[in-house]
Design a protein around this ligand. Sequence first.
Ligand code: HDL
Ligand code: ZN
Length: 453
Amino acid sequence: MQALGTSAYKSNFDAPLLWAYSYGSYLQSEPLAMSTLSRDQIPAVVAAETSAQQLIVDDWHTHLLGPQAGPQLCLYGIDQQLAYHYVRRKLFAAGHIDPATFYAWSLERQGDFTWQKLFADPASDPFDEGCRGVVVALEALGLDPNAATLHQARQFYADTPPQEIQRRCMELAGVRRIVGTQDVFNDQERAYYESGEWDECYLSGFRLDELVLHYPRAAVKLNTWGYEVGNDPSQPATAQAIRRFLADWYGKLHGVAYGACSFPPHCPVHDLSGLEGAVLHHAVLPALRELNLPFFMMPGPIRQLKPEWRDAGDGVGLADMYPYQHLVRRHPDNAFFITPLHNANQYDASVLSCHNDNIMVIGHWWFNYHPGLVEQDLRMRLEMTGDRFIPFNSDARVLENLIPKWQRFRAILANVLSEKYQDLHDAGRQVTRAGIAQTLQTLFTPNRFSQLS
Ligand code: HDL
Ligand code: ZN
């Protein structure tokens, strides 16, 4: 058994990026930690070890930024929670309001309308994860989720500094550091990354959708930024200029954890004759290899099926996984994460991690972040791969989203792991608190790739 407090896998990040292993020290000081648990003791120990007070982790995919980024980029408060597209989409789908009218309203008017329609006087109770999340977060922050109006909640937010809101949300979620989504092709974001004050609670997810999926448009911007790129990413000079762009922004962003890109359901990422495949093969993957960064792949979203709904108007499609199987094999020295959006692709993704040592499945997001799906995926991943995956990330957009998403997941994790450990116990395995803690540390250490030195 690996000495406690050290990762069973080589991590390529230095200590600060490893999540706080709060049990390492106390377990070593507790001889009981190594003693064999009885079957009946297992659930309580698993619950304690998966709690937000013990298992303090990095959230490996979100859309969050710290309060220094300003109110357009750092979303928090009751009105932003109600404007979250998981909630907003219910208003449009039920025909409560047309999007154009809704988007013309102030944030507060949107909040009041949403609260009235979906919470105070609803056609049905808020069972969906988006609306349930608002109830959970209000309760957790000491606010009344059954209030007739938003007056009390708004007063709380008026009286509470955003840094305190952020601290409470992260503490209640058991999150130590937050990996955001950094799209440097977004003018508002880029201005902040170039000159804003960075919050050390945050790491960067270098998001490359614009470069990979919209190369002709991205090339125009790259040229205005002084990177002389042509129309063909396979041309050596162009490929080199793109790699220089990536390396330059790696230096400007804070704590880059990975390069990331989402892909529509049928994207030939392996096809060098296509722009996506050429940008990946000749520029992105060589650059990420050189920067010692994994590539975080997100196949499945179909963007803007209903453009007038904005980010509530996206959909999902079953992804062709062959291109990803091919890409991973063609780049054995690169490390990959994959998180399909369509639930039926979760199986393919887990199989992929079984016959490749340079890819791991990670978390949940968007349309597959529902307790029933999260539980079935967790079971499948444990049963098929053992620990070749990172169990969860929140994909949060509003700070308070962290609370319900991580609380919900921890309950699922405790339930599934308790059952799995009792099953191991019944098979004759000696189960100890130290072993449970070590397993959790391994599962929540994202970069467990031999490809990353
Ligand atoms: O592309 C993504 O990272 C998605 O998470 C989208 O941002 C989506 O709008 C979202 O927030 N899903 O939860
Ligand atoms: Zn996301």
